[in-house]
Design a protein around this ligand. Structure first.
Ligand SMILES: C[S@@+](CC[C@H](N)C(=O)[O-])C[C@H]1O[C@@H](n2cnc3c(N)ncnc32)[C@H](O)[C@@H]1O
Length: 312
């Protein structure tokens, strides 16, 4: 039986995360298979896959009947049943990648920079799933705070909103939503829009250009921690230019000195980004005022902060 109380225990996390990332659970979900069929179908090394499968059997993720390997109901719930109590989905891939990045901290302490890395489709799916998990309980109060007092059918630009965790609830609340994200995320997520769902996608790097459209609201969900002080100030200036006069910026992040998670989360940004970190309310206020915003306000939802401000 998987360690449902603590599926993040390191060895279990690493072996299950590796199998999920490499597509082993996807293959078994599609069809139970023998070891040799899996070796062939996934182009894997037989000794390596045998060793991992034996470990997964001992941990209760897979059962073997004769030669046939099948996912256990617990593993199926953990990865593929969104309604299950212990559902993790592909977010385990993201956790796996986070651990991988943190193992480089001794070198990063010398260089200040994370090693280069490439993301494949499984990594993107893992990232999206982790973002979705984090957003589930936040979306409803966040949308209420962000849209308060704005016109009906407010024009909203969701910067880095590709995972649709907030774009969807904004659209559901009646807003006219545009998402700006990087091309590969836009391509993946545009194909996942629900029938009749109206969300516009714009591909583009917002460190170079922010899509303009006299927006009532520009929302930055978990964006400021990816970038350093200089980039954040420049981004807020671009956001100001994309808003109508009196429009609103709303920033969701872990504010240093207020969120109990901010210090440790900054380590994740150190391990994964060139300039990212978590920032204090004083820093946000200076960037916002310098970029032309006033009425800076702080809201709190369960230890996550939303900062709103109005464009002058
Ligand atoms: C941490 S995720 C946040 C996703 C979503 N806003 C949320 O809070 O759930 C960051 C998102 O911003 C996008 N992103 C990061 N840097 C970007 C850039 N320079 N230009 C466009 N999109 C970017 C990423 O692709 C990703 O979808």
């Amino acid at each position: 039986m998987p360690n449902l109380k603590n599926p993040m225990a390191p060895q279990e996390l690493l072996v299950a995360g590796a199998a999920l990332k490499a597509g082993v659970f996807d293959a078994l979900r599609e069809k139970p298979a023998s070891l040799d069929e899996l070796v062939q179908g996934l182009s894997m090394d037989r000794r390596a896959l045998w060793t991992i499968m034996e470990a997964l059997i001992s941990l209760g993720y897979v059962v073997q009947t004769g030669k046939t390997l099948t996912l256990t109901p617990e593993a199926n719930d953990l990865f593929f049943n969104e309604d299950a109590e212990h559902y993790l989905g592909y977010s385990l891939i993201h956790t796996f990648n986070v651990i991988k990045a943190w193992t480089h901290l001794p070198e990063i302490l010398k260089t200040g920079q994370p090693p280069d890395k490439e993301r494949d489709q499984q990594d993107i799916k893992g990232f999206m799933s982790a973002m979705k998990k984090g957003a589930k309980r936040m979306a409803e109060p966040l949308v209420r705070i962000c849209l308060a007092g704005l016109p009906e059918e407010a024009k909203v630009l969701d910067l880095g909103g590709g995972p649709l965790n907030y774009a969807r609830p904004f659209a559901f609340a009646g807003a006219d939503v545009t998402v700006q994200d990087i091309p590969e995320v836009c391509a993946l997520m545009e194909s996942m829009l629900l029938p009749g769902e109206k969300i516009n996608f714009v591909s583009g790097d917002f460190t170079k250009e922010v899509f303009s459209g006299h927006f009532d609201l520009v929302f930055l969900g978990n964006i400021s921690h990816i970038y350093g002080e200089e980039e954040n100030l420049l981004l807020f200036q671009r956001v100001h230019a994309a808003l109508r006069k009196g429009g609103r910026i709303a920033i969701l992040d872990f504010v240093r000195g207020i969120s109990p998670m901010a210090e440790l989360f900054a380590v994740n940004m150190l391990a994964n980004t060139k300039t990212g970190g978590t920032w204090t309310m004083k820093q946000y206020t200076i960037w916002l005022n310098t970029a032309g915003f006033c009425q800076v306000e702080l809201h709190d939802i369960d230890g996550r902060q939303i900062i709103t401000a109005a464009s002058l």
